[in-house]
Design a protein around this ligand. Sequence first.
Ligand code: ARG
Ligand code: ZN
Length: 465
Amino acid sequence: MVRKLAVVLALVLSVTLTGAASSARPGAVGIGDPYYPLDGNGGYDVKHYDLAIRYAPATDALAGVATIRARATQHLSAFNLDLDGLTIRSVTVDGRAARWSRAGTELTVTPRRPLHKGGAFVTKIAYDGVPKVIQDPDLGDGGAFTTSDGVMILGEPDVAQAWYPSNDHPIDKASFSIALTVPKGVEALSNGAPAGRFTRGGWTTWRWEQIEPMATYLAMAAIGQFDVKSYRRDGIQFVDGIDPALPKATYDIVARSFAREPEILRFLSGYFGQYPFRAAGGVVDAEGDWGYALENQGRPIYTPDDFPTVEDGSAIIVHELAHQWYGDSVALGRWADIWLNEGFATYAEWLWSEHEGLGTAQETFDALYATPATASLWKYEVADPGAANLFVGAVYNRGAMTLHALRKAVGDKAFFRILKSWAQMNRGGNVTTAKFIRHAERVSGKNLDALFTKWLYTASKPATP
Ligand code: ARG
Ligand code: ZN
């Protein structure tokens, strides 16, 4: 009897003490992206990722500890992280062992006690294994591409879940501390500014600090042999890495093109406003199986094929550095709006081409408009191309054409004010196409519905340019 009473009392007490317990629910398995329902998760907001990762090129094995600082946005009985492959060794929440389970790319963590809405928490996950390439026949592969001397980790949209547990969607940005530990003599590059390096027991740890908020897919690792060049210019810390195994002609073009990064950033700042990050640079590995350049925050990765044997490879650098404003600093709220990244970066190439005396933006537009109505350029709704078509040419080219049509409709002065204030007002944030349309209308004072319907939401060639 007495024992029974004690049990009841204990129950009553624990319910009042935990408070949130009764209303705590598991966080959603996805963050709500119509194209990628399982990407990201609900119920919390990540503030910071601390990734400590050891990588052994000889076995391609990785061992990591991810310490994730977050805030609960609901009373949480459990929450999910995204992780594809690898083996979990332990999970804690606020320093205490937590139960966890996995299903596909979803890692579910159940803390001992529910987490209170609004409360900060820290979860720490130890894991290891050989990270994989996430294959995508439609979009191209992402993930960990092993090379003969290391690994290159990059991709879009899915790459983060191949190498660290995360809330894997651009809408939940966070700052990052990334420490890569590799055998002494191997270089290990990542995002942001270098934060020191030390060697112990034959292993060197390279520390990187990405202080400005970053989308999960933009985190990268470039491990292998690189000639690393670091310098400060215009208040920006540049770090470039070039694989010494590149054929000499390619190596020289890459080095010459990378040397133009400060000039390119000054050019782009003139149109888009201040460069949004404190670090910059680029990386090229001699092996580039993934087949695309990517705008990893502060430090894009390129393939040797991005630098054909011409004198200058600056166009692709302009594209990836323009993404630092449009894509990285001003990030997507959902993947359907990918033209806000690719159309803008492509338009930056048109502006650069004009600046270099290689054809005006108008000429580029006219040449594209001359494509027959049956061409794939006209086959997509640019602002809703479908999940399998994120990176089709139309998103890039018709996206840029949309901006040029806007420019002609509102005039240069209003157009360039729209571009610059878009980058400045949404710096570090997330955006949608609807928000851009409202912004363009507010700045120009014009109703632009017909223009955007024609260019973004019609899967056929406009009758007039
Ligand atoms: N955003 C990259 C660019 O700058 C393209 C990424 C292509 N990604 C892919 N999975 N194919 O154009
Ligand atoms: Zn791009």
